[in-house]
Design a protein around this ligand. Structure first.
Ligand SMILES: *[C@@H]1O[C@H](CO)[C@@H](O)[C@H](O)[C@H]1NC(C)=O
Ligand SMILES: *[C@@H]1O[C@H](CO)[C@@H](O)[C@H](O)[C@H]1NC(C)=O
Ligand SMILES: *[C@@H]1O[C@H](CO)[C@@H](O)[C@H](O)[C@H]1NC(C)=O
Length: 306
C-alpha cells in the first residue's frame, strides 16, 4: 500500500526542510581561485553570508589536514606564524574570515579548508591557492665569448631564474625565423621549488649578416614576459684591398706634408731667433728697422775703428 499524501509531505519536511533550517542558515563563500605572488602576502577571500546578526563561535583554517590557526571562545590560537585573518582587527561579528598568507612560498600553494561555526549554523569550504614567482630578466652569453669569425660554430645561452611554475624560452633571429626547435631547454628546480631555465642554442655557421638573436621568455601560461637581444661579437672586418692601398697613399702624403711643414717651421724659428739676438745688441729696438739699424751700427763701428 502506497503512503498517503499528508504522510509524504511530513516525510519531505523532516528529510529536506528541517536540516536546511538548522544547518544552512549561514553560507561560507570563498573565491575558488586565489593567486599569490612568491615573497609577497597572499589572500584567500572568504565571506560568511546568508543571515544577519550572526555571531561566530569558531573558525578553523587548515591546509592538508594541518591546523594553521583557530578562533574559538573569543581567542585566536596560531599554529603557524605565517597565517592570519586578513582583517587586521577581526572579531566574532566580522563576516570576513579571509586568510592572509605572509611572505608566500611556493610550498604554500594547494588546497586549504575553512570551517565556520556560528550561532546561526555552520559551513565549510575548500578554496585553492596558486602561487606564481616572476622570473628574473634573462641573461645571455655566447661561446666563444668574442672574436667570432664567419662560418664559425657558436653556442648561445639564455638563462632566467626564480620563476614558478616553469616557463619556457624561445629563439628567433633578426629576420623573425623561429629557431626554438634547434635549442635545448633545461629546467632546474631549486630548493625553494622555483625553477631556473637554462636554454642553449647552437648556431652551426655564424654569419655577420645575421648577427642578432632574440631570446623570448614565456610564463607557464604561454604569455610573453620579456625578450633580450644578443648581437654576436664578430672580429672587426678587414676593409677590401683597394681601400687599404688608398689608405696607404694618404698616409704617405700626410708624412711628406708633416716633414716639409716641420722643416719650414724650424727655418722660421731660426730666423726669428737670429733677429732677436741681433736686436738685443742695440739700444733702440724697432723690429721694422732692424736692417737699417744694423747698417748704421756697422758704419759707427767702422768709424770708431778709423
Ligand atoms: C576581506 O578583508 C580583506 C582585508 O581587509 C579585504 O582585502 C577583502 O577585500 C575583504 N573581502 C571582502 C569580500 O570584503
Ligand atoms: C647560462 O647557463 C649555462 C649552463 O649552465 C652557462 O654555461 C652559461 O654561462 C650561463 N650564462 C650566463 C650569462 O649566465
Ligand atoms: C616557435 O617554435 C616553437 C617550437 O616549435 C613553438 O612552440 C612556438 O609557438 C613558435 N613561436 C612562434 C611565435 O611561432
Amino acid at each position: 500500500m502506497a503512503p498517503s499524501a499528508p504522510v509524504l509531505q511530513l516525510l519531505y519536511f523532516f528529510a529536506v526542510v528541517l536540516p536546511c533550517v538548522f544547518a544552512g542558515l549561514i553560507k561560507l563563500e570563498c573565491d575558488k581561485e586565489n593567486t599569490g605572488i612568491y615573497g609577497q602576502s597572499s589572500m584567500i577571500n572568504c565571506l560568511v553570508k546568508g543571515a544577519s546578526d550572526v555571531t561566530i563561535i569558531m573558525v578553523l583554517w587548515k591546509k592538508s589536514e594541518k591546523l594553521l590557526f583557530m578562533f574559538y571562545d573569543g581567542h585566536t590560537t596560531f599554529e603557524d606564524s605565517g597565517f592570519h585573518f586578513a582583517e587586521p582587527n577581526w572579531n566574532q561579528n566580522n563576516m570576513n574570515v579571509s586568510l592572509l598568507v605572509k611572505n608566500t612560498q611556493i610550498a604554500d600553494a594547494g588546497q586549504y579548508e575553512c570551517e565556520v561555526v556560528s550561532d546561526s549554523g555552520e559551513d565549510k569550504k575548500q578554496p585553492d591557492l596558486q602561487v606564481r614567482a616572476i622570473y628574473s630578466k634573462q641573461v645571455m652569453s655566447s661561446l666563444p665569448e668574442k672574436d667570432i669569425k664567419e662560418n664559425m660554430e657558436v653556442t648561445l645561452f639564455c638563462n632566467a631564474s626564480g620563476g614558478y611554475p616553469a616557463g619556457s624560452i624561445h629563439w628567433f633571429d633578426e629576420y623573425g625565423t623561429n629557431w626554438t626547435k634547434s635549442s635545448e631547454l633545461n629546467k632546474v628546480v631549486e630548493n625553494d621549488k622555483r625553477v631556473t631555465l637554462l636554454s642553449k642554442f647552437a648556431i652551426l655557421q655564424a654569419a655577420s649578416t645575421s648577427s642578432k638573436y632574440k631570446c623570448v621568455l614565456y610564463d607557464s601560461n604561454g604569455i610573453k614576459q620579456d625578450e633580450v637581444i644578443h648581437d654576436l661579437p664578430f672580429v672587426p672586418v678587414e676593409p677590401p684591398l683597394e681601400k687599404r692601398m688608398e689608405n696607404r697613399n694618404t698616409v704617405a702624403i700626410t708624412a711628406v706634408v708633416v716633414v716639409v711643414g716641420s722643416l719650414a717651421c724650424g727655418v722660421l724659428v731660426l730666423m726669428l731667433l737670429q733677429r732677436r739676438r741681433s736686436a738685443k745688441n742695440m739700444n733702440y729696438m724697432d723690429p721694422c728697422d732692424i736692417r737699417e739699424d744694423l747698417n748704421a751700427k756697422e758704419k759707427m763701428d767702422t768709424a770708431a775703428q778709423v
